[in-house]
Ligand binder design. Structure first.
Ligand code: 4AD
Ligand code: MG
Length: 434
């Protein structure tokens, strides 16, 4: 057994060394009693040191563990001196953020990243079982998918020098992608059901617990699928992920239920089992207005739903997940399909308790003329999006898709309330450690 020392307890005639190797929440208890030289060696081990121990596994008489290792040999691989920062049992999340490179050594963060990996695997399994093909869309792009101008520029021009994009590496402006959607749509209109799963970047200056400048997004896109197919897929997907977390990560979720968010497992079971409520944006605004609750931002048709509104819908009104659909056209990007009323689009968002929006998507505008008009309306050039319009020129079909914020999923599943604590090395405004 190779691992890192968590604690050493000395009982004179025998010494207990708890070793963890990160593979699961539980540590292995190494019992050292063979001879005094070995016991002395065990006593000298410090928390954080790396160790190799060998001996016989035997059923443990102690409570809470099935097995222990009765050490025959014990080898110190590398010591951890007194300045090892994780001496205490519990540290604040804020402190641990300052040592993001060491925090996976703690029980809680090791559990977060095991759950994150399990969810990533579950994403692949879900789509593989349904015949969706994975497409690797580019990270460097020349277009602004969301049209919100929250792009990081990619350049090789020296700072302060020429800022003329035609003199730059690609001969035109280039950016880190905010979403793989536009590139992915072209593949849906060729392969049918596809998805992309990769890092996305937003230079939005939001200082909240749910926004990061670099985050991962899962984006499925389906040809011959309308808004209602899209909502059904989103619901199936999220319920599958909750179910898999419950079955595959039971002991890690137990830790989060005990120490992070009491009631977590019950709330995940709710997501896995209960159907999602559905309301239109217009109905949601009515519900909020009639609630009698005083919101900081009074709800009004045509205004974006704020976090406080989303929280009311999920935590108070529905007490579970809710899908809000058909938002005002003026609030949404050019690619969403315009509804027959002319003032709303076939957008949807899945809202969940504690987090708010976890999924955003829509049926796409497949009618060439309407799409071209929307581009013009939102101030984007038809020339830049000529390639995108091609999919509507040649064999256009109704198609739909959505994006799931992967960190928000990890937050939902672990009960952790700050996005900085579910991503290995968080990037937020004004903060990048290395
Ligand atoms: O609603 P968004 O902006 O949708 C899109 O980007 C679409 N192009 C997706 C699509 O239809 N293929 O983002 C989708 C999700 C949000 O619901 C949220 O969960 C997450 O991505 N998200 C963020 N997560 C962390 N930090 C941020 N700054 C995020 N912005 C969006
Ligand atoms: Mg959104």
């Amino acid at each position: 057994m190779k691992g890192w020392v968590k604690t050493v307890r000395d009982h004179r005639d025998f010494v207990f060394v708890e070793l963890g190797d990160g593979s699961c929440l539980e540590n292995l208890q190494v019992v050292v009693e063979a001879d005094e030289a070995l016991r002395e060696k065990a006593r000298s081990l410090a928390t954080g040191a790396s160790v190799a121990a060998s001996g016989a596994f035997s059923p443990s008489p102690a409570k809470g563990q099935k097995w222990e290792l009765r050490a025959k040999t014990l080898e110190l691989l590398c010591p951890a001196p007194e300045d090892y920062p994780l001496q205490k049992k519990r540290h604040s999340d804020e402190f641990l953020r300052t040592i993001a490179h060491l925090r996976p050594r703690t029980n809680k963060y090791a559990a977060v990243f095991r759950v994150r990996a399990a969810l990533s695997r579950a994403v692949s399994d879900f789509f593989a079982a349904r015949g969706f093909l994975q497409v690797h869309t580019p990270v460097i792009t020349a277009s602004d998918c969301e049209g919100a101008g929250e792009l990081f520029r990619v350049t090789t021009l020296a700072p302060g020098k020429d800022t003329d994009p035609t003199a730059d590496f690609f001969g035109r402006g280039a950016y880190l992608t905010v979403s793989g959607q536009l590139a992915l749509e072209m593949f849906a209109c060729a392969l049918g059901d596809v998805y992309t799963f990769g890092p996305t970047f937003r230079a939005e200056n939001s200082h909240t617990a749910r926004h990061a400048a670099e985050f991962w997004m899962v984006e499925p896109e389906s040809a011959f699928a309308d808004a209602s197919d899209n909502m059904a897929l989103a619901e199936d997907f999220l319920r599958f992920l909750a179910e898999r977390a419950l079955s595959d990560c039971a002991s890690d979720l137990g830790l989060f239920d005990r120490f992070v968010t009491p009631g977590l497992i019950t709330s995940l079971e709710g997501i896995a089992k209960a159907g999602f409520a559905r309301v239109s944006y217009t109905e949601a605004v009515e519900i909020l207005k009639k609630s009698g609750k005083r919101f900081e931002y009074p709800p009004e048709w045509g205004r974006d739903l704020q976090t406080e509104h989303e929280r009311f819908l999920t935590d108070v009104h529905v007490k579970g997940a809710v899908i809000v659909s058909d938002y005002p056209k003026s609030l949404k990007p050019f690619y969403m399909r315009v509804n027959d009323d002319g003032r709303t689009v076939a957008a949807m968002a899945v809202l969940v308790p504690r987090i708010g929006e976890i999924i955003g998507g829509s049926q796409r505008e497949e009618r060439l003329d309407t799409l071209a008009a929307r581009l013009a309306e939102t101030g984007l050039s038809a020339q830049d999006y000529g390639w995108y319009l091609d999919s509507r020129r040649y064999g256009s079909v109704p198609h739909s898709g959505f994006g799931l914020g992967f960190e928000r999923l990890v937050m939902l599943v672990t009960g952790i309330s700050n996005i900085r604590d579910v991503i290995a090395y968080p990037r937020t405004p004004g903060a990048i450690s290395f």
